[in-house]
Design a protein around this ligand. Structure first.
Ligand code: BGC
Length: 373
């Protein structure tokens, strides 16, 4: 195993130059945070037979299909062989798939974990075989096998959502009080806490002063979390809240949802169980269904995380690792996985709503106009 890896590492010293990403290899953190994807971006050719294993959590959610497809296309364009697998949101399936990638000769692994802490055996195997692991979008927890982390600035995703609510309600000036509910993500996903905390930190002063009233009283992450980010789970919790706290005609002004799959559940629940003034609803990912809802006025905003940008950054990291080059990172303090602070590259999330979606989603080629009809 070691010989094979060494051979691959040596031959991939021929991997030429850099790949496009959130920023160039010479970028400062500030440049990279500006999301520059063009300067100094070049191509890469991989040594023949250099293989990258890409493990994605599920095909059920649009974003992971896009992430997987973008990674595969970019890696292939750079000359790598790609072993792309989706794990049906089943942890054991993901573990087996990663183990198979290792035994069939992957030189680098890129893993978007279903559950950050549950990849133990597969990671031990990767470490044993000296295979570098890049945590993709979600941090892999409690392991020293993870070499790098590439994601979007997860806390910032939450602050963009919270700031949108603050500005739209003009919380500093309006008399209020306004009613709000929260729906957060999967407790097994390290990102979920960052999203929730980012939003909550912006809104906390107004909750404490009484200008924002959490009518259900559910305001800790544990109370508002949605296991596996499931739309149905978010929907049934929203239905319970609506029937328990809003059936008497109380208006809900804001439903702060951490992402689009949970926002969809809340939107379904509202459609069937609520007749009051339609609330502000936040989201994340700009999934097609949610973007259509934004256009139709059923969701106020989403946070756009361009999966092409993240894929480019990761492909660049793969090339740098295999070339023995310095790997671009722009954050070395935030992402402690319980074992170490994992050097990270954070791409910049972008605010999206019904006013700018054409520019950021259609003009950029992310969606066609037809897909949003
Ligand atoms: C991702 C989000 C996504 C969520 C559900 C998170 O880890 O960062 O973009 O909406 O998982 O799949």
């Amino acid at each position: 195993m070691k010989k094979r890896i060494l051979a691959a590492l040596l031959s991939s010293a021929m991997v030429v130059t850099l790949l496009a990403g959130c920023g160039s290899s010479a970028d400062t953190a500030a440049d990279a945070n500006a999301g520059s994807s063009d300067s100094a971006a070049t191509e890469s050719t991989a040594a023949a037979g250099t293989k990258v294993g890409v493990s994605m959590p599920t095909k059920d959610l649009q974003r992971w299909n896009q992430d997987g497809a973008n990674m595969e296309a970019e890696l292939k364009a750079a000359g790598f062989e790609v072993d792309l697998q989706y794990a049906s949101n089943d942890v054991q399936t993901q573990v087996s798939q990663v183990e198979n990638m290792i035994s069939s000769g992957a030189n680098v692994l890129v893993i978007a974990a279903i559950e950050g802490s549950s990849l133990g055996e597969a990671l031990d195997m990767a470490k044993e075989a000296n295979i570098p692991v890049i945590a993709y979008d979600r941090l892999i927890m409690n392991s020293d096998a993870v070499s790098y982390y590439a994601t979007f600035d997860n806390y910032k995703v939450g602050t963009v959502q919270g700031t949108y609510v603050k500005d739209t309600l003009d919380l500093d000036n309006a008399a209020g009080p306004f009613n709000i509910e929260f729906t957060a993500g999967d407790p097994g996903d390290n990102n979920a806490g960052f999203f929730f905390n980012g939003a909550y930190d912006v809104l906390k002063p107004y909750i404490e002063s009484g200008k924002l009233n959490v009518v259900s009283g559910q305001k800790t992450f544990e109370e508002v979390a949605t296991p596996t980010w499931a739309t149905e789970t978010a929907q049934s919790r929203a239905e319970n809240i609506l029937s328990s706290y809003y059936a008497d005609g109380t208006n809900i002004d804001v439903w702060l949802c951490s992402n689009d799959s949970t926002a969809l559940g809340v939107e379904n629940a509202l459609a069937a169980n609520y007749n009051g003034t339609y609330p502000i609803i936040t989201g994340q990912d700009c999934d097609i269904e949610n973007t259509k809802n934004m256009i139709a006025g059923k969701q106020s905003m989403s946070v756009f995380k361009d999966t092409r940008t993240l894929a480019s950054q990761v492909v660049k990291m793969v090339g740098q690792i295999l070339n023995g080059q310095t790997v671009d990172v722009n954050d070395t303090t935030t992402y402690d996985n319980g074992f170490k602070v994992v050097p990270s590259f954070l791409c910049e999330p972008v605010f999206a709503d019904a006013n700018n979606y054409k520019e950021i989603l259609i003009d950029s080629g992310y969606y066609t106009e037809d897909q949003l009809k």
